[in-house]
Design a protein. Structure first.
Length: 566
């Protein structure tokens, strides 16, 4: 009896000390460096001192699975649509929409319009675009459903790993919280890849490795690589798991299964492209340009620090949650206990995910999307003790704050989807362009502001769609060699302007290699009326200055719109 009281009093003192230290760290006004340093020292003390007895806690709550799924869905819809009123968040999305809008069985991806992603991605984008009836707001919401599917897979994987639905909830919740940041609320290609990658990871987690699982997993990775080439790297994870699995016999045959299943989807597209005399552009897109992309960038560890710092600004509790996952993982890896094949699988996939960010070398935040998934799943491998309960508390507070912050703007955006869509300035401008032209059979050259093409259901006159790709020499040179991108003695953009399309949209300045550049000085002259008197310039100031046009305000961007005189 006396011993139980001593333990209870000691526990109360520990909890009081933890609360006091946390209050000091979270509520005192300190710099991020000092706060982080204090937090790591405190967390290390918590893990190595207070948890030295490694007391496991029985954390079990009886919750209906359908209620959990419903709560996840509500949280996702609110936190993903805080910025729904902004027409553009990622400049990549308009390019994907335009590249996919005309693809079909009769017009293959890359045949008349080029975008760097794989052909399957463009077909998937086209499908969702059709389902949304080309309403951009509905299209964004449909992409939320894809993210929700990934979240459910994370929940299932974490449930298998931890055998505890409560732990699985926190794995999923931190994923949804991290991806609620504005960097990850766009309709990115990584989401489409992760549908396949996370599902095949779920299969590897749930079932013993055998011939069928290997074949199907490799097939899914192949489909992912037809969305985004970089995701083919996860084949390495599958191959490593074969090496580590002592129960597998004839491992050479299993490697053959990997290669065989991976090649099937690619061979399907290769045959189609070869029969349409487009094999050169297929290999250019999958081999030549990706190597040029990697060579054109450099990985900088400082940008990863910036990524973390932005999360500190976004939500301190979420920032400290991410740090806590890292510290607990370090503790677990330095311990000889409680390691299993699923943990090694998780670590392999996390390393491969981060490799995509490093190898790409451009330090784009969306390249970390894969890492976020497998970082979240890691939580399911942590024993339920005082340090993991502390992590759960951080995640809950962060999720609550993010939900409260997101609730009002999200509900305002969602209560009238049609009004949200009608308030998009480029959509308004597209309708005005349509009213300015007597004939509906007109063509457009859009060097920027590509959503106008999507709204007007017009292809781009230029073979290259993405604005920034126009200024990447390795891309222009590779596509020119295919014969599909035309050019003159000045530039390919000059060539397409000389075709005198009915409408020309451009901006006289662009951010090239990180610096504002007057594009007329080297690539083309955006002031069309200076040298073509058969055009007039349309005033677009009210659309340019509309705050809903773009989340990332670029002071150098203009909407220079020129219409050919009838």
């Amino acid at each position: 009896m006396i011993k139980e009281k001593i333990i209870k009093i000691t526990s109360e003192k520990e909890n009081l000390l933890i609360f006091a230290v946390l209050s000091f760290i979270f509520f005192i006004n300190l710099s991020i460096k000092l706060k982080t340093s204090l937090f790591i020292v405190f967390l290390g003390t918590l893990i190595y001192y207070f948890d030295k007895r490694e007391t496991k806690i029985n954390l079990s709550i009886s919750l209906n699975k359908y209620i959990i799924v419903f709560l996840f869905f509500c949280y996702l819809i609110i936190t993903q649509n805080t910025y729904l009123n902004y027409e553009i968040i990622s400049i990549d999305v308009p390019s994907y929409l335009v590249a996919s809008q005309n693809v079909s069985f009769s017009e293959l991806p890359f045949e008349k319009q080029w975008e760097s992603k794989g052909p399957l991605f463009l077909y998937m984008y086209k499908t969702l675009s059709l389902l949304s009836f080309k309403n951009l707001v509905v299209f964004k919401l449909l992409n939320d459903l894809l993210l929700f599917f990934i979240a459910l897979l994370i929940y299932e994987i974490s449930s298998i790993n931890s055998k505890n639905s409560v732990t699985a909830i926190f794995s999923t919740l931190i994923f949804l919280s991290i991806t609620s940041h504005v960097w990850y609320v766009s309709e990115l290609s990584e989401i489409y890849c992760l549908i396949f990658i996370t599902f095949q990871y779920y299969l590897l987690t749930k079932y013993e490795l055998n011939k069928k699982i290997i074949l199907f997993s490799s097939f899914l990775i192949s489909l992912s690589s037809l969305v985004n080439q970089a995701s083919a790297i996860f084949l390495i994870g599958l191959a490593v798991m074969i090496i580590l699995d002592d129960n597998l016999r004839n491992k050479i045959a299993n490697y053959f299964y990997i290669v065989f299943a991976f090649l099937i989807p690619h061979l399907f597209f290769i045959i189609i492209y070869a029969s349409n005399n487009l094999l050169n552009v297929y290999f250019t897109n999958y081999i030549k340009i990706p190597f040029g992309y990697v060579d054109s960038g450099n990985f900088e560890i400082y940008e990863l620090v910036v990524w973390l710092r932005r999360y500190f600004i976004y939500n301190e509790f979420l920032f400290f949650s991410i740090l806590t996952v890292g510290v607990i993982l370090f503790k677990k890896l330095t311990s000889k206990k409680n390691k299993n094949n699923n943990l090694y699988l998780n670590l392999i996939y996390l390393i491969l995910s981060f490799s995509i960010y490093v190898i790409a070398g451009h330090n784009y935040q969306h390249h970390l999307f894969y890492s976020i998934v497998f970082l979240s799943i890691l939580i399911s491998h942590f024993e339920v003790n005082k340090s993991s309960i502390f992590l759960y508390l951080l995640i809950v507070i962060a999720a609550f704050q993010i939900f409260v912050f997101s609730f009002t703007p999200s509900t305002n955006n969602l209560k009238s989807l049609e009004n949200t869509f009608e308030n998009y300035p480029l959509y308004q401008l597209a309708k005005e362009i349509d009213s300015q032209l007597d004939s509906k059979d007109f063509d457009i050259l859009a060097i920027d502001h590509l959503l106008l093409l999507y709204y007007l259901e017009k292809p781009n006159t230029s073979y290259i769609i993405h604005p920034y790709n126009n200024f990447e020499e390795y891309i222009v040179q590779a596509l020119t060699q295919t014969g599909l991108l035309k050019t003159n003695e000045y530039s390919h953009l000059s060539y397409y302007i000389e075709l005198e399309p009915d409408v020309i949209v451009c901006t006289p300045q662009a951010i090239i290699n990180g610096f504002p550049t007057n594009v007329g000085s080297e690539f083309f002259n955006c002031e069309i009326t200076d040298y073509k008197k058969n055009y007039y310039q349309f005033n677009t100031d009210k659309y340019l200055n509309n705050p809903n046009r773009d989340y990332y305000h670029d002071p150098y961007v203009e909407i220079d719109l020129f219409i050919k005189n009838p």
